[in-house]
Design a protein around this ligand. Structure first.
Ligand code: ING
Length: 315
């Protein structure tokens, strides 16, 4: 019996800096209901799906910075999402800024959760690959201050048994790093869900402006194929607080083929019929790690110590 999972990608258009949580959650609920009508089992929202992507500008006032973060999940504003999901029996993935004080100090993470069809949190992931910088660059058209506002994620890249398959998460820049997929591939992941806020033009690299959509697809298609997994990547798109962000949210099969893609730059739901058993043929015949992968022969000691030898030195 095939394990079919109908995955909805819920791409978002811009969120205004002053847009209330209630207004944003109303948009998320509307897309959840659309996904339900399209018979989806899971709806995937973007990174930072509750607020504008505030790392794009300098926030000096701590209270203002805190206003972009969630101190509880679900909280009063987000509980309707969990309740609607449980009412309809649909799971969801949500990216948001997390403020954690459980260790006696403020810790801030760029976080995502996976919520099951019963409305209960299956797992949480905190973004590990934080791009950008910690010190503002006033000379640039906009900032990427994720290293200023977030700590590096401390939860690793887990894979959870959920929704009839093996589910993993990553966030935005993580998708550019092959090891993020491979760590989950080694755990047998069958669907990786992720959100992104990706500028169409990166101030420090104008020579890649015309390649942003290509690079977006390239990294997710490669990660999917090389680890025999589906990947669902969902954008916060459009011009948000003056920053033009790419869309092209998509679902990619273990073959590396894009099976569904958003065509606009606003709130848009598309659904892909994912046969999770497709992963097995890639994991068994091509990317069979036990049969073909030989890290002990790679000449690098990266598997054990995290670093490789400098060329020309004895390992
Ligand atoms: N945004 C961007 C991303 O990785 C970026 C940052 C854009 C890095 C383009 C390199 C090139 O998609 C986030 N939020 O990680």
């Amino acid at each position: 019996m095939s394990r079919i999972l109908n995955v909805a990608i819920a791409q978002m258009g811009p969120i205004a800096r002053e847009e209330s949580r209630q207004a944003v959650v109303a948009r998320l609920l509307a897309m959840m209901r659309e996904a339900v009508a399209m018979r989806a089992d899971l709806v995937v929202y973007p990174e930072a799906a509750l607020t504008a992507f505030f790392p794009h500008w300098v926030v000096n006032d701590e209270a203002e910075l805190d206003s972009y973060f969630e101190t509880e999940m679900p909280g009063p504003a987000t509980r309707p999402l969990f309740e609607e999901a449980a009412r309809h029996g649909i799971g969801f993935h949500l990216g948001y800024a997390e403020l954690d004080t459980s260790h006696g100090r403020k810790q801030r993470f760029n976080t995502a959760i996976l919520v099951g069809k019963d409305g209960r949190i299956v797992g949480k992931y905190r973004k590990i690959h934080l791009p950008g910088y910690a010190t503002p660059r006033p000379e640039e058209k906009f900032q990427n201050l994720e290293k200023r506002y977030f700590e590096v994620g401390d939860l690793g890249f887990p894979v959870w048994e959920a929704m009839g398959g093996r589910m993993g998460m990553m966030i935005c820049n993580d998708r550019r790093w092959p090891e993020a997929y491979r760590v989950m591939g080694l755990q047998g992941v069958e669907l990786i869900v992720l959100g992104y806020n990706t500028p169409a033009a990166v101030p420090s690299m104008p020579e890649t402006d015309h390649l942003q959509n290509f690079h977006n697809r390239l990294v997710m298609q490669a990660g999917a194929y090389q680890n025999g997994t589906f990947v669902a990547g969902v954008a916060k798109a459009g011009i948000e607080e003056g920053v033009d962000q790419i869309g092209q949210s998509c679902v990619i099969a273990p073959s590396g083929e894009i099976v569904v893609q958003c065509s606009g730059l606003g709130d848009e739901v598309q659904v892909a019929r994912c046969d999770l058993d497709l992963c097995g043929s890639y994991k068994q015949h091509i990317f069979n790690f036990a049969a073909h992968r030989r890290p002990e022969h790679y000449g690098l000691i990266v598997e054990r110590t995290g670093v490789g030898p400098v060329l020309g030195t004895k390992p």
